[in-house]
Design a binder for this molecule. Structure first.
Ligand code: FAD
Length: 509
């Protein structure tokens, strides 16, 4: 059988993640398929300091990549969660640690979710985040590692996420993509089959054709194949996610400390992120330019930080998703498929999930796919991204009315689904049954992500939580017992843990 060829257009994080994951899968299946990546040194990749979710560390493990090597080569730091400042009202904050207390060794295997522990904490007026080891570590700028006989060992079983420099990550993944060939050229058009509409080749600037059987469009915001050539439309989320501009800048670390968390700090016209990498803090202000100008946005940030900043870029952003992420023999992954303000680090996460879904449910050696399975894939991905949008939208249910932006948000931007969910959760506490398993086992949004946000915004009712537990005394007593185990264990573990900066210095030494 003639060898088939998969072409990945784009050498950013999405392109190289796709190429590496697909190449590994092909090798495992012993399939007769070549993988080629086309990237253009004339078209830069998106590069800001970026945060991931825990899925990235799981992927590193699955790919057999060494975490410490990765951390060193990408200037990465450990991300244990997100600190949300000033979202409920100015002066307030809440944390979203990403470890799952459910995986604690102290919990019986029969317990399927952590919801009952959250309910108990709310009913007692305790902070939900105290159930998490990562909360204790975040408070002390520590990480989930201990040193034993000169070796750094993982503390417990929870995996963290990372903050990193995206350019270095693409470079690292490229280095690890053994067997993938690379072409540096700029694609200007495509050749399509008159009958099927399939792409047969990508044509570069000098008229050279690069043929292929299946194409991943990882060309970022250019959407070169899926948008420009195949004409699939963009479904904007601008009516529900208001911010539409991003001003990026960087800051220096202070006090010889590196925070092990992302900071998402609500401002008068949007919010500011701070993502610490090893050598600096990648920062940015995502704002709504209907209520402020770039100059005023910069002034606002300088006032908040009490120092001047040097903007690196100020770009227009348009949250949304492509209507069909897979059309004919082209599947769009990464920014060409969807984009959302980086409030919960959903973008790189989404790339990984989309490739996993394709490899698990669709991949075949002939690269031959039915219209029905393409439709099924598209509908799953569309719902997945819409779910992310709904989750981000929930963050904006705020008491803030101190600027035109926040008044407009409360009046015009809260989704009906958000309101319906809040109505439901005023009658029963959020539970896993409210989140059907959309991707049958692949990572997706559920209660563990919603609880800290809902609690942090003051949207959960302690009386309701208490009542539900009073109705189930056995569960209540188990919750009391395990909550006390967890807080004791977490405190002890935190005492033994390594400081984040010291941990990174040791890796880099
Ligand atoms: C302000 C901002 C903050 C973000 N923060 C986060 C975050 O905290 N967490 C997170 O998960 N995600 C974040 N993201 C999203 C994240 O940056 C992307 O998911 C990730 O970088 C992948 O981008 P990409 O590979 O799809 O596109 P890009 O990095 O833009 O790469 C596109 C590639 O396509 C190539 N290309 C394009 N057109 C052509 C052509 N015609 N011919 C040849 N090659 C071509 C380019 O050369 C490049 O190699 C953020 C994005 C922005 C804008």
């Amino acid at each position: 059988m003639k060898r088939k060829k998969i072409v990945v257009l784009g050498g950013g994080t999405a392109g190289w993640l796709t190429a590496l994951m697909v190449q590994r899968h092909i090798t495992d299946k012993n399939a007769a398929i070549d993988v080629v990546v086309i990237e253009s040194s004339k078209i830069p990749t998106i590069g800001v300091g970026e945060g991931t979710t825990g899925l990235f560390s799981i992927l590193l493990k699955q790919l057999g990549l060494n975490e410490f090597e990765f951390l060193r080569e990408t200037n990465a730091t450990i991300k244990l969660g997100i600190r949300h400042r000033d979202w409920k009202k100015t002066g307030s904050y809440y944390d979203g640690p990403i470890d799952n207390p459910h995986f604690s060794e102290n919990l019986p295997k029969s317990v399927q979710t952590t919801d009952f522990l959250y309910r108990f904490a709310i009913s007692e007026g305790n902070k939900l985040s105290d159930l998490h080891l990562f909360q204790y570590l975040m408070n002390e700028n520590k990480v989930h590692f201990v040193e034993k006989e000169g070796e750094l060992l993982l503390l417990g079983s929870a995996l963290s996420a990372y903050h990193f420099d995206n350019h270095l990550v693409a470079k690292y993944l490229k280095k690890k993509s053994k067997g993938v060939s690379v072409i540096d050229t700029k694609i200007s058009s495509v050749k399509r089959n008159n009958q099927t509409g399939n792409i047969e080749a990508l044509i570069d600037e000098s008229g050279h054709a690069i043929e292929g059987d299946f194409f991943f469009d990882c060309s970022g915001f250019h959407r070169k194949l899926i948008g420009q050539e195949l004409g699939v439309k963009w479904k904007s989320y601008q009516d529900t996610l208001p911010v539409n501009r991003a001003m990026t800048f960087s800051l220096s670390h202070e006090n010889n400390e590196i925070s092990p968390f992302t900071q998402a700090w609500a401002q008068k016209n949007g919010w500011m992120w701070q993502i610490p990498t090893y050598d600096r803090i990648g920062a940015g202000y995502v704002y709504d330019d209907r209520f402020t100008t770039p100059d005023k946005a910069q002034q606002e940030i300088e006032q908040t930080l009490g120092k001047s900043i040097q903007p690196l870029a100020d770009i227009k952003i348009n949250s949304g998703r492509i209507e069909q992420t897979w059309k004919s023999n082209c599947l769009a992954i990464g920014l060409s498929s969807s984009f959302m303000e980086p409030l919960e680090a959903t973008s790189i996460h989404s790339t990984i999930v989309m490739v996993q879904l394709f490899l698990r449910d669709n991949f075949n050696e002939k690269l031959d796919f039915s219209a029905a399975e393409i439709e099924q894939y598209n509908s799953l991905v569309a719902r997945k991204v819409d779910d992310y949008r709904d989750f981000i939208n929930m963050h904006y249910v705020s008491e803030r009315r101190d600027s035109e932006f926040w008044r407009a948000v409360s009046q015009d931007y809260i989704l009906d689904t958000t309101k319906e969910r809040l109505k439901l959760w005023s009658k029963e506490m959020p539970s896993i049954s409210h989140f059907p398993p959309l991707l049958s086992g692949l990572a997706h949004i559920e209660t563990q992500l919603y609880y800290p946000v809902l609690d942090g915004l003051g949207l959960l009712d302690a009386n309701l939580a208490r009542q539900e537990l009073i109705n189930d005394p056995k569960l209540r007593s188990m919750a009391r017992q395990y909550s006390s185990f967890l807080s004791h264990d977490n405190r002890e573990a935190c005492n033994a843990a390594y400081g984040h900066k010291a941990f990174l210095d040791k890796l880099h030494a």
